[in-house]
Each structure stands twice: as structure tokens, then as C-alpha cells.
Ligand binder design. Structure first.
Ligand SMILES: Nc1nc2c(c(=O)[nH]1)N[C@H]1C(S)=C(S)[C@@H](COP(=O)(O)O)O[C@H]1N2
Ligand SMILES: [Mo]
Length: 367
């Protein structure tokens, strides 16, 4: 089927024209960085092949037999660990919801040029690894250290800077018990694109913090000011502003698409009558307090029923009974966390398109 086989119920293309055509570069990024199809919201744990991916540069080729991790810088003892040494350490398995800070970017007007996520840059996996804290204790943190710097094996150019992918964390954040050096995802060794053989996993933070293909961990005396700290991941309106660093995941709920899709527009076709809408909601470190659904484009809201969270670091299921009547409807869902943060209805715009957690809208035709 091509989009020329148009069904007149599903108008084509208006949304894209509002914000300008998508570019070849955005398409190129979108093929490399797949999203989680939203129907996968039905699984409590996202099957690995449906979990989203975000890789800035190339997926590096790593031979685990010769790979090692160095833990150095301001430590009493530099450690060099191979994968067997890491696997021999105490292991923890945690269900963690990970989301890219750029999720929602392609819905922004004007649209910042980067990976064009609509709403699919999220997934929940069971990750197995060893707590970073224990490794740092074994190395012994010197008094002068203020941050832990993580370096991946992947290199590339961004913002005119040749770089390895690097992010840092304060010592307090890096030594929280849930921060893992992870080597398994959903019970299997990490796949190459998810960071094989070892990645950092920082539950609660947007995904950029969970550095893949770890090569080096260093205790440093000054806050790290590399590109991935000072440029992409800041909340700011202009490039002259220093802005605020992006950190914990903002509150969000999403809906599993109801009914059946139109092939080209993805507009939903639903049969009139009672239907259970379902989805999941999450927030960085706070718990989800409430999920509300609107079936009239945001004019009125009613509470959804919440399921228990999968883990303290993972999403909660929600459901809502709707009796649909024939016509065009815009469904919407929004979550509130225990800190009282509620998803906005309007976009939250920044130059790099991060942290846009505006409420999802789903167009439905009921017949
Ligand atoms: N080394 C390295 N780590 C990285 C990245 C990267 O490009 N290189 N991308 C980050 C970003 S922006 C996200 S959202 C997550 C995505 O993890 P995933 O691809 O396993 O879903 O990895 C993070 N870790
Ligand atoms: Mo990301």
C-alpha cells in the first residue's frame, strides 16, 4: 500500500506542514535511533528489540575478551577490571524506565534540528549489573574529588568538537545504591547498540546520563564541562544563556494506541461502545500520584485507575473506561507526580528540544 491509496477519512500531512518539512538528516538519525512503537506500552517490561535507542555517533565494535574498564583519577588505587571481574562482583537486577531527554522534540514548533522523536523514546527493561558504589569504594575516593566522569568508547564530532561521549555526575548522585554498571538487559548480555559489554545505568535521570560502552571512570577535581554537559543537555531559550542542566526525567503518561491504525497517518479507528484505554506513567525520582484522561481534546479530565509501579524506578500502568460514540475525538492523557508536577498542555520549548513533556494527544475516529 502507498499513501496514494488514500482513505478520505484520514487527512494527510497537515501536522508536518505546520512545523516545516522534515529533513534528510532527521530521517537519517531516525533510522539509526529507533523508537519504541507505542503499542509496546502494553508490556510491563519492554522486549529488548522494542526498547528505544539513542546513539550520538557510531556503535563501536567491542571485543569483550580484550576490553577493560579503568577506574582512576583521584583515587587511592587505580583499578583495571575485565568483564569477568565485574560479573564476579555482587549483582543487582532492577526494572528501570529510561527515557531520552529529547522525547517530544519533533512535536515542537519551531522544531529544533536533531533526532526527531515524537513520543517513542522510552522503554522499561530489567537491568542487571553491579552497584557503582562498591567499585568506587574499592578504588577509594580522594578528598579532592568532586565529580565522577564517565567516558564511552564511541567518538564523533558534535558542535565542532571532536569528542568521546562523556558525562559526569556528582559523587552523591554516582554513589546512590541504584546506580549500576550494567552488563545484562532483560536477562541477556547487553546487545551492541545498548552498550555491550558494560554501560552505566542511572535510574531516574534522562537517558544521556547512562553512558554506554564504558571505557573509563575518573574521579575529577573540577566539574566536567564537556559538550554533553554544557551544550545539548541544558534547558535554555538561546545559546547565549548558560541555562539549567537537564537531570531527572519529567513526569509523563502515554497511551497505548486504541483500536486499529490507518497505515499512513496512524490515526486510530475505533468501534463505538465501551473500550478500556490503557498506558503507563512515570517520573524521574518522584512517584506518580495521578493520571487523568480527556476524551474531548482537553476540555474535561477524569481520573484513570492506577496499577502499582513495577519497581521504585519504573513506570506504573493505568487504565480508563471510555464509552465511545461515533465521530472524531482527540484523546489526551496527563500525569501528576507526588511533588505536584503536572504535565503541561502546551509545549515546553528549548533550543535543543529537551524535556518537552506536554500531554499526549491521540486522534481517534469512532464508527
Ligand atoms: N557512549 C554513549 N552513551 C550514551 C549515548 C551515546 O551516544 N554514547 N547516548 C545516550 C542517550 S542520549 C540516551 S537517551 C541513552 C539511550 O540508551 P539506549 O540506546 O540503550 O536506549 O544512552 C545514552 N548513553
Ligand atoms: Mo537521549
Amino acid at each position: 500500500m502507498t499513501h496514494q491509496d488514500a482513505d478520505s477519512r484520514f487527512p494527510r500531512g497537515e501536522r508536518l506542514d505546520e512545523s516545516g518539512r522534515f529533513t534528510r538528516e532527521e530521517l537519517q538519525l531516525a533510522f539509526r535511533n529507533r523508537g519504541m512503537p507505542l503499542e509496546a506500552l502494553r508490556y510491563p517490561l519492554t522486549p529488548t528489540g522494542m526498547h528505544y535507542l539513542l546513539t550520538h555517533f557510531d556503535v563501536p565494535y567491542v571485543d569483550a575478551a580484550t576490553w577493560t574498564l579503568t577506574v582512576g583519577g583521584l583515587v587511592s588505587k587505580t583499578l583495571t577490571l575485565d568483564i569477568d571481574a565485574i560479573r564476579a562482583r555482587p549483582a543487582t537486577t532492577l526494572a528501570v524506565t529510561m527515557e531520552c531527554a529529547g522525547n517530544g522534540r519533533a512535536l515542537l514548533t519551531p522544531r529544533p534540528a536533531s533526532q526527531p522523536w515524537l513520543l517513542e523514546a522510552v522503554g522499561t527493561a530489567e537491568w542487571t549489573g553491579t552497584p557503582l558504589r562498591g567499585v568506587l569504594e574499592d578504588a577509594g575516593i580522594d578528598d579532592g574529588a568532586v565529580e565522577v566522569l564517565f567516558t564511552g568508547l564511541d567518538r564523533g564530532v558534535q558542535g565542532d568538537e571532536v569528542q568521546s561521549y562523556q558525562r559526569s555526575l556528582s559523587i552523591d548522585e554516582a554513589t546512590r545504591p541504584e546506580v549500576l554498571l550494567a552488563y545484562e538487559m532483560n536477562g541477556a548480555p547487553l546487545e551492541p547498540q545498548h552498550g555491550y559489554p558494560l554501560r552505566l545505568l542511572v535510574p531516574g535521570w534522562y537517558g544521556m546520563t547512562s553512558v554506554k560502552w564504558l571505557e573509563r571512570i575518573e574521579l575529577v577535581a573540577e566539574p566536567f564541562t564537556g559538550f554533553q554537559m554544557m551544550d545539548s543537555y541544558r534547558y535554555r531559550q538561546t545559546s547565549d544563556e548558560a541555562g539549567v542542566p537537564v537531570d531527572l526525567i519529567r513526569v509523563r503518561a502515554l497511551m497505548a494506541p486504541p483500536g486499529i491504525p490507518d497505515f499512513y497517518t496512524r490515526t486510530r479507528l475505533v468501534e463505538a461502545g465501551p473500550i478500556t484505554l490503557t498506558g503507563r506513567a512515570w517520573a524521574g525520582r518522584a512517584r506518580i500520584a495521578r493520571v487523568e484522561v480527556s476524551t474531548d481534546g482537553g476540555a474535561g479530565w477524569a481520573d484513570a485507575t492506577l496499577e502499582p509501579a513495577l519497581s521504585p524506578h519504573a513506570w506504573r500502568g493505568w487504565s480508563f473506561e471510555w464509552t465511545s460514540i461515533p465521530g472524531h475525538h482527540t484523546l489526551s492523557v496527563r500525569a501528576t507526580d507526588e511533588g505536584g508536577n503536572v504535565q503541561p498542555i502546551e509545549q515546553s520549548w528549548t533550543i535543543s528540544g529537551v524535556g518537552n513533556n506536554m500531554a499526549q494527544r491521540v486522534d481517534v475516529i469512532v464508527e
